[in-house]
Write a protein that binds this ligand. Structure first.
Ligand code: MGD
Ligand code: MGD
Ligand code: SF4
Ligand code: MO
Length: 745
């Protein structure tokens, strides 16, 4: 098998060259796009520092603008530790977010004409006045806490400030309870630290990378993909545990096609092998860990033979892969994954992964997990936030180790219930397409029906905008300034985002929207600046640099202050747990009534005639946000249903055939999807890329294309520890006839 970066990228179907070739490899520049108004240009281009908003890796980039003021291309910032000078295909295609003519163009206000609900175009004055009026009324009647913010990404930050100034801490995002929440709780319970973003995985120096699900290569988190390619080139062993033959699996020395929902059994038996074959890092465990004896007793019976019966992975493969990890240790990473809300016991699965890393001695070691560091950005002065009587914490109180707002709890609290002391009455939604990212549409629609007022701020007429009372068109990230990016990494760095073009249409930046609403609510003191550029200018100066310097460089690195990235041999170290040690046995979990060490529990299986619905990422798309992007839609305009040939034979399905899906609760997909017959998926599951099946016709390229996996996710297994919504326990049957056909009489 050729293990160069080039072939790794090629296999992920990025087109020739993929990431390595950047813009030209994708043919995104210089070309003219029919629908985008972007033309190739031979005139000199000006460049502006930005960071990407197509996903949350936040790669720093240079946006190039032509003489007409249009952004025409994006290139990775060469000194940025998030991208090493290369954007992923989505980042390169980010120009499409700016140039898409389907964008929201003017504020919209819901109105009724002849008894029909519709939107009318409005001025910003009107829209903002209406929001301020409604927020004031609702706040006076029910308290500011009853106005919730559901957000994601940069616009969310500006609105978070507004909400806190208003006295509301009722804030949540799908990137927690539908994404990485369980992992953060599982790792915090073990090492005392969140994994965080970007993950401090030292992939570039690893000798063995173990991926549990985590489909790097389709999941295009930039530096992880690049470092994994380099690690493969340098001969690192990749072990991929995935019921599907993923891109990563195709590059792995070991692919373990696990039976879905059984990973905890495999993880426990790996621990069994490491401990009972004496392969674990004794010195590290003795020095840094607590509870080894309990863990040893706990995993005694979890032999590979035991796990085989559950996972269908052969005992010899479990032993062999455990020995590979031990051979490479401590330069080994059992990757924590990122989208980990799978089956409801996800904190415990994440904890199993943390424990395995502890036994291998990989936390704080070269080629394992490095000690990350970031630089603190000073707060721009503003008055103290007022006290809030309740907020996300109280709404999530049933989940003792929730560390951020749980979207689904905010949604539940929006449905009238006399026993609920914390009723939510209004929502502001910004940068999140909740109809696609939050499961259980019935509950979501019931909540939306119940609330008094809903504002959506987006750049595109996404499905979620259809539910709003007021829709605000935000300028895209290429047209605005936002907060300083300061993320944890090997060395601290900051990056800036400055406007590369004037906002198209009548769109406005999120910071301006927050300030305008704030001023209307009498909160001007919290927004003591004319332009948000003044804020970052002041902050950069406090940090010993300047906006002028960052305009020139885009990114600035700072020296580490917290010491070495790795533990020195024999060095004493205090972990951030309550004991100061790595907690193999968790008193904290036990005291809260949870298993102190992970236990495998069986999950529901698909009923006869149904298949488990599996979903994931495509390298050229981010969630639902890029489906209509003119550049990225060109690369993939619909998702397909992966079906095993055995199933195709039984159901008489052909490649390319259109089918509909019906789930275990009788939910039928709005649209159809084309079948892709492939050995790469197990016979008991089907697979599709998340983010398609858009219903808003205003999305001229994406509407009606493919199936929305979220629509099929009506059953949710909630993680009792932190409230994450396990979404992989849904089962679908495949319909060859259009169930929506009008009945002919
Ligand atoms: N291109 C692209 N990249 C992205 C994103 C994007 O939208 N587009 N989004 C980013 C974000 S926010 C996140 S959170 C990450 C998500 O990306 P990851 O964290 O990598 O997501 P996972 O859910 O771990 O991985 C999906 C894989 O899990 C496998 N799987 C399904 N069920 C099981 C099971 O029971 N056991 C095991 N072992 N595997 C299983 C699927 O077959 C699939 O290959 O991606 C990030 N990167
Ligand atoms: N079924 C299912 N559900 C999932 C997942 C899955 O794989 N399958 N993945 C989960 C994961 S890992 C995550 S992190 C979440 C992600 O969930 P979301 O954050 O909701 O992701 P998107 O669907 O991309 O929605 C982003 C919205 O923001 C808008 N937007 C883009 N840029 C801007 C901007 O600059 N300003 C404003 N105001 N709006 C903007 C987009 O048009 C879009 O409507 O979803 C989770 N939910
Ligand atoms: S990984 Fe890709 S989409 Fe995400 S921030 Fe970087 S370039 Fe943008
Ligand atoms: Mo995510």
């Amino acid at each position: 098998m050729d293990k160069s970066r080039r072939s790794f990228i090629r296999i992920s179907a990025l087109g020739a060259g993929g990431v390595a070739m950047g813009t030209t490899g994708l043919g995104l520049y210089p070309v003219s796009f029919d629908d985008t108004g972007v033309k190739a240009s031979s005139v000199p281009l000006t460049r502006t520092a930005t960071y990407c908003e197509v996903c949350f890796w936040k790669c720093a980039a240079w946006a190039y603008t032509d003489d007409k003021g249009d952004v025409v291309k994006l290139i990775g910032n060469e000194i940025d530790p998030h991208c090493y000078g290369r954007l992923c295909p989505r980042g390169t295609g980010g120009v499409g977010m700016y140039s898409d003519n389907d964008r929201l163009k003017k504020p919209l206000i819901r109105t009724e004409i002849d008894g029909e609900q519709t939107f009318r175009e409005a001025t910003w004055e009107e829209a903002l006045d209406l929001i301020a009026k409604k927020f004031t009324e609702i706040s006076q009647a029910h308290g500011p806490e009853s106005i919730a913010l559901l957000k994601h990404g940069s616009p969310g930050k500006h609105l978070e400030h507004l909400f806190k100034a208003m006295g509301s801490d009722t804030i949540a995002e799908p990137a927690y309870a539908q994404c990485r929440g369980p992992r953060e709780t599982g790792f915090a319970a073990t090492f005392g630290s969140w994994v965080g973003s970007p993950e401090p995985t030292d992939i570039r120096d690893t000798r063995c990378l173990v991926l549990i699900g985590s489909h790097i290569g389709e999941n295009m988190h930039n530096t992880q993909v690049q470092e994994m390619s380099d690690a493969i080139d340098q001969g690192a062993t990749i072990i991929t545990v995935d019921p599907r033959f993923s891109t990563a699996a195709s590059k792995s020395k070991y692919w373990l096609p696990i039976k879905p929902a059984t990973d905890i059994a495999l993880l426990l038996s790996w621990m069994h092998v490491l401990i009972y074959e004496d392969l674990y890092d004794k010195e590290y465990i003795d020095k840094y860990a607590l509870g080894f004896k309990q863990l040893k007793d706990h995993v005694r019976t979890f032999t590979p033979e035991w796990a085989y019966g559950i996972t269908k992975i052969k005992p010899q493969d479990i032993r062999r892969t455990a020995r590979e990890m031990a051979n490479a240790a401590p330069a080994v990473i059992v990757h924590p994954g990122r989208h980990v809300t799978w089956y409801g016991d996800d904190t415990q699965r994440s904890r199993s992964i943390a424990l395995l890393n502890a036994l291998l001695g990989s936390w704080g070691r070269r080629g394992g997990f490095y000690f990350k560091e970031s630089i603190k950005v000073p707060k721009y002065p503003h008055p103290e936030y007022p006290e809030h009587k309740w907020g996300w914490k109280e709404l999530g109180k049933a989940y003792p180790l929730a560390q951020m707002g749980i979207t689904t709890e905010v949604i539940k609290a929006s449905i009238p219930n006399p026993d609920n002391p914390y009723p939510v009455r209004a929502w502001m939604v910004a940068g999140t397409n909740i109809t696609k990212s939050i499961p259980n549409k019935k509950l979501l629609e019931e909540a939306i029906e119940s609330i008094d007022f809903m504002v959506v701020m987006d750049t595109m007429p996404m499905d979620v905008t259809g539910y709003a009372d007021v829709v605000l068109p935000e300028a895209t990230y290429l047209e605005r300034v936002d907060g300083i990016r300061s993320a944890t990494n090997r060395e601290p760095s900051v990056a800036v985002r400055l406007p590369a073009a004037k906002p198209r249409f009548d769109s406005k930046p999120g910071w301006w929207v927050a300030k305008q609403i704030g001023e209307r609510l009498g909160l001007s003191d919290y927004f003591d600046y004319e332009d948000y550029e003044d804020v970052i200018k002041w902050q950069l100066e406090q940090m010993g640099t300047s906006l002028t310097e960052l305009e020139r460089s885009g990114v600035k690195m700072f020296p580490r202050k917290s010491g070495s990235m790795y533990l020195e041999k024999g060095e004493s170290h205090e972990f951030y747990t309550s004991s100061g040690k790595i907690e193999l046995y968790s008193e904290e979990l036990k005291d809260l009534g949870f298993d102190p060490m992970p236990v495998y529990k069986k999950h529901p299986e698909p009923p006869a005639g149904y298949y488990r619905l599996n979903y994931g990422r495509a390298p050229m798309h981010t969630f639902s946000r890029t489906a209509n992007n003119p550049n990225l839609n060109d690369l993939k305009d619909e998702n397909r249903l992966w079906v095993n040939p055995k199933v195709a034979r039984i159901l008489d399905l052909r490649n390319g055939q259109e089918v509909w899906l019906k789930n275990q609760d009788g939910v039928i997909s709005d649209f159809s999807i084309k079948v892709r017959v492939t050995e790469r998926i197990r016979w008991d599951s089907v697979y599709m890329v998340h983010g398609f099946g858009h219903t808003n016709k205003k999305l001229s390229r994406a509407a009606g294309k493919g199936i929305n996996d979220t629509q099929m996710i009506s059953s949710v297994a909630v993680d009792p520890i932190m409230g994450g919504t396990g979404m992989r326990g849904n089962f679908v049957s495949i319909l060859s006839e259009n169930p929506h056909k009008p009945i002919e009489i």
